[in-house]
Each structure stands twice: as C-alpha cells, then as structure tokens.
Ligand binder design. Structure first.
Ligand SMILES: O=C(O)/C=C/C(=O)CC(=O)CC(=O)O
Ligand SMILES: [Ca+2]
Ligand SMILES: [Mg+2]
Length: 408
C-alpha cells in the first residue's frame, strides 16, 4: 500500500520530503527520489506523468540541476511535491512511482564540488585543544571566537551512507617515540557533523552576506568526518588536517531542504566577543541562525552519544559568509561540514577522541570495550529536528563499516 495515510508522527511525513538519488529494483540508472515514510517516490517519473515543468530537474541522475535552479524554484518544486503526495487526484497518479525504501539502491545524492570542514563547536574545540595541546595557556586558539576556523577537505572521497571505510595507513609518532612508523591507523575515529549543501553558485569577487545564506544553501545532510587521530596528531602542525581526514567522509543519502526545517531554527549561543560586521549576527533584525537538530551516535547499534546541534557557536550562515569573504566563489554542489558537534555534557561529545579522552577511558559496549574503532565496527549517525505541531522531521542516517586492509 502506498504510504499516503502516514501517521502525523512519521519522521518522513509530507512535512519533510528530503531528496536523494536511487536506482529502482533491478535497474542501474539513477534518478531523483523523494522520501515518504518508508517509500521513495520516483520524482522524475511522477513529474513526467503529471506533465510537470519540473521533470527536467527531477528526471536526472543527481540533485545538481535542482540545486542550481535557485531558491524560488526549490520552493516551487517542494510545493508541487507536497501536492502530489497529499492531494488525492495526484496521489492516484504518483502511486505507481513509489518504491519500498528497502527495495532500492541509494547513491551519493549530488556531485560534490568543493568540500570544506569547519570547527565550530566550542565544546569540541576546547576538548580537542586540551587533548592535543595540553601545555597551551588556553584550550581555544586566540582566533577561535573571531572567525569560524576551517580547512579544505577532499571532495573526491565523500561517499554515501552504507559505503565501507577502509582503515587508512599512514605515519604516526607519539611524542615519546624515537621515530615515526608507518602502518594502519590504530586510532580510527568518527566526527558527528552536519553537512550544508550549496545550490546557487556565486561569482569570484562577490562575498555572500549573512542575510543571503538561504539564497545559496539548499539543505543539509548528516556527515561523518572519519578521522585517524594518530596520523592527524603527527602531521597537522602547522598546516592542519591532511591525510588523517582525507581518506573518507560519509554523508547521508537524504538531503533535507532548509524549507523543511523552519520550526527548528533557534538562536545560537550568546556571543562572548564582538564580531566583525560580516560575521555579526547579533543585530535586532538578525534571523535565528542556529538549528535545533538532535543527533545520535551509535556504535554497532549502541547509542554512545547524543550531540545537540543547537549548541554550535558559529552558524552555517556565518561559515558561508567567512568562506566567501575573501572573494572565493561558490559552485553548485559545494559541501561544507559544521565541524564536530559536541555539547557540554560528556555523553554529548561527537567523537571517540573526546568520549574516551584519547583512549584513556574506554567505553563499555555490550560487545566489549571500545576506545577507537575496530575492524567490523559499524558507526551510525542519525538525527531529527522539531517540525510543525510537535512532529519530528527525520534527517535519516549516515552509516559506515570499518574494514581492514586486504592483505598482500
Ligand atoms: O584542534 C585540532 O587540532 C583538530 C581538530 C579536529 O580534528 C576537528 C576537525 O576536523 C574539525 C571539526 O570537525 O570540528
Ligand atoms: Ca571534522
Ligand atoms: Mg574527511
């Protein structure tokens, strides 16, 4: 039965309608899908059957044409989709284009252009500072409250949820080791993050103002920035993360449009430092730049942490303004990570580095103790946001299994 009579409480009700890319059972071609309950609507086929002008954006093998179409079209398409799945006259037409989620193959939903990762949780930054730089006077670097720190990542290794992650090899050297050694990482970790997906490009030389964030960013996904802490700790000085984070970054198969997250908008934490004008979001007419997203981190099915995204110090709008303030252009498909989401409480930390304090305090899981990840471990991030009238907007999940390196 097509899922048109979903209970209001379903996290994938018509209030949500996230976008992905899938192949139907037995097919190899890819096309845009929209999630409804535990079904996927072949949005392109539905558009064609209904004679919709949006077929040219939806009967496509990736989301990029829709992303490039701009904010007015994003809203128009969403309104059309809402009608297709809620108005009985349309429901009867689109019913045949619904597939059970369990029967389809989900793909990377968009072609990733550039990938940037930020560092915008004060709790995370302070924890990592204490662990990596215990002798520093302050756990935050002097710039931290003045700009959203970030680094450029590797877009070619962004993979969709469900893709296995091969344990990386590299150099490591503990402070007490006489010389570096090479081998598989022994401190393989996760970072629970939210990824923001750029739709509308911007030309070189034109910074994107805080107020224009929603004209450029289409939506968000869940993101796991896999991190080899031993490789990272040895290589990062003075230029920042490199091979310790570039081997794989996993994203959820569903991109939730910002339009589905209106009720989740919240004010960010109070600003403790005066901000330069291009980052200043404290004005009386400033829109709330935070999002109330409740993330859950599970290792082999056991929840180890529940990081609250509302605690992030820098907002996605500030990150975009900073990313472009030097005149750098945006391309459709650019992806930027929020940075690891860690809240103030111990069980709100978004990395094993913090949860185990660099391996000192093992987590007790039903299947044994865990400091860093072992081969075979499956890490799943999931999340939801408050929607209208108390309903939940599901953000899906991003999962990945660690596999050892093939011998020989
Ligand atoms: O403080 C450091 O040297 C390193 C920090 C990180 O590993 C965090 C990072 O990748 C950015 C983030 O996810 O917050
Ligand atoms: Ca990260
Ligand atoms: Mg990465």
């Amino acid at each position: 039965m097509p899922p048109f009579d979903l209970p209001e409480s379903d996290p994938f009700s018509p209030h949500n309608l996230p976008y992905g890319v899938f192949s139907a059972p037995g097919a190899t071609d890819r096309t845009v899908g929209v999630r409804l309950g535990d079904h996927v609507l072949d949005a392109g086929a539905a558009a064609l059957a209904l004679g919709s002008p949006y077929a040219s954006l939806l009967a496509r093998p990736c989301l990029n044409p829709l992303l490039a179409a701009g904010r007015t079209t994003w809203s128009d398409v969403r309104r059309a989709l809402t009608a297709w799945v809620t108005v009985p006259a349309h429901q009867s037409t689109v019913a045949e284009f619904l597939h059970p989620l369990s029967s389809v193959t989900l793909h990377l939903p968009f072609e990733v252009a550039d990938y940037v990762d930020f560092y915008s949780s004060e709790h995370h930054a302070r924890n990592v500072g204490r662990i990596f730089r215990p002798d520093a006077a302050d756990s935050l670097t002097p710039n931290w409250k003045h700009l959203p720190i970030g680094y450029h990542g590797r877009s070619g290794t962004v993979v969709v949820s469900g893709t296995d992650v091969v344990r990386p090899s590299g150099q490591r050297k503990a402070p007490t080791d006489p010389a570096p050694v090479f081998g598989p990482s022994v401190r393989l970790d996760i970072e629970a993050e939210v990824g923001f997906v750029v739709g509308t490009p911007s030309p070189m030389g034109s910074p994107v103002a805080l107020a224009d964030f929603r004209d450029h960013v289409f939506g968000l996904c869940l993101l796991n920035d896999w991190s080899a802490r031993d490789i990272q700790a040895w290589e990062y000085v003075p230029l920042g993360p490199f091979l310790g984070k570039s081997f794989a970054t996993s994203v959820s198969a569903w991109v939730t449009p910002l339009d589905a997250l209106e009720e989740a908008r919240v004010a960010p934490p109070e600003r403790t430092h005066e901000l330069l004008p291009y980052l200043d979001d404290t004005g009386a007419d400033a829109e709330p730049g935070g999002y109330d997203l409740r993330i859950s981190v599970a290792v082999n099915g056991h929840v180890v942490s529940e990081p609250p995204f509302s605690s992030m110090y820098w907002t996605a709008a500030q990150q975009l303004a900073h990313l472009t303030v030097n005149g750098a252009s945006l391309r459709t498909g650019d992806l930027y990570g929020s940075g690891t989401v860690s809240g103030p409480a111990e069980r709100e930390r978004g990395s094993l580095l913090e949860l185990t304090w660099n391996g000192r305090d093992a987590l007790e899981l039903p299947d044994g103790k865990r400091t860093f990840l072992e081969d075979g471990d499956v890490v799943t991030l999931s999340a939801w946001a408050p929607g209208p009238d108390g309903v939940r907007v599901g953000l899906g999940e991003v999962a990945g299994r660690i596999v050892g390196q093939a011998l020989g």
